[in-house]
Design a protein around this ligand. Structure first.
Ligand code: 5GP
Length: 203
């Protein structure tokens, strides 16, 4: 039984399928929630405020930085993204496992400032595959795709800072890998409440 929720941090170069994996894992595993970030990026056509992101102005984001409202924040592909400290603490304290889909700059801030995070890096099978996925996704302009590919070259070497690596070649297999990691982390000895064992076994 979880005493406090797990903090699961997932990063990947843009286009590796991380968002779809994070969404699907929070649908199939109970007691796991996907944290909703704040961003200054403009919404894509299918995106809803409060569901995919909280879309805010640069001014509002700067004020939130000043008021220390972020657990982490970063400038990614020329837009600002951040995780609300309040949202994170509330979920963790309620014993809900939280999944953060954030870039490696943000992940390293979480590593430095929050205890006990689990860091997972998702890789595409190859750079060519990443290029193909970003082009086929068709949700970003060509110069945006170029920017994301350039960023991927800087982002990918960061995988060494993480606890686990998943290669997202086949989606179902990657999802199974992610599920296995979270299940194993939930079963760790320090996640068990000794009082519960004492009571159950009268020892
Ligand atoms: P997109 O614009 O494609 O939704 O996301 C671009 C990148 O920003 C992705 O790598 C995503 O993980 C990252 N990102 C999304 N939310 C956050 C956040 O709250 N903090 C940080 N540091 N990165 C984020």
């Amino acid at each position: 039984m979880s005493q406090r929720g797990l903090l699961i941090v997932v990063s990947a170069p843009s286009g590796a399928g991380k968002t779809t994996l994070c969404k699907e894992i929070s649908r199939v595993l109970p007691n796991l929630q996907h944290s909703v970030s704040y961003t200054t990026r403009k919404p894509r056509p299918n995106e809803k405020d409060g569901e995919h992101y909280f879309f805010v102005t640069q001014e509002k984001f700067s004020k939130m930085i000043k008021d220390k409202e972020f657990a982490e924040w970063a400038l990614v592909h020329s837009n600002l993204y951040g995780t609300s400290k309040k949202q994170l603490s509330e979920m963790k304290n309620r014993g809900i496992d939280v999944i953060l889909d954030i870039d490696s700059q943000g992940a390293m801030q979480i590593k430095d400032n929050w205890k006990g995070g689990i860091f997972i890096y998702i890789l595409p099978p190859s750079f060519d595959d990443l290029k193909r996925r970003l082009t086929e996704r068709n949700s970003d302009a060509t110069n945006e795709i170029e920017k994301r590919l350039e960023n991927a070259k800087k982002e990918i070497p960061q995988y060494k800072m993480y606890n686990y690596v998943i290669i997202n070649d086949k989606f179902e297999k990657a999802l199974e890998d992610l599920k296995s990691i979270i299940t194993a982390e939930r079963l760790k000895i320090e996640k068990f409440n000794p009082d519960m064992i004492t009571k159950k076994f009268n020892i």
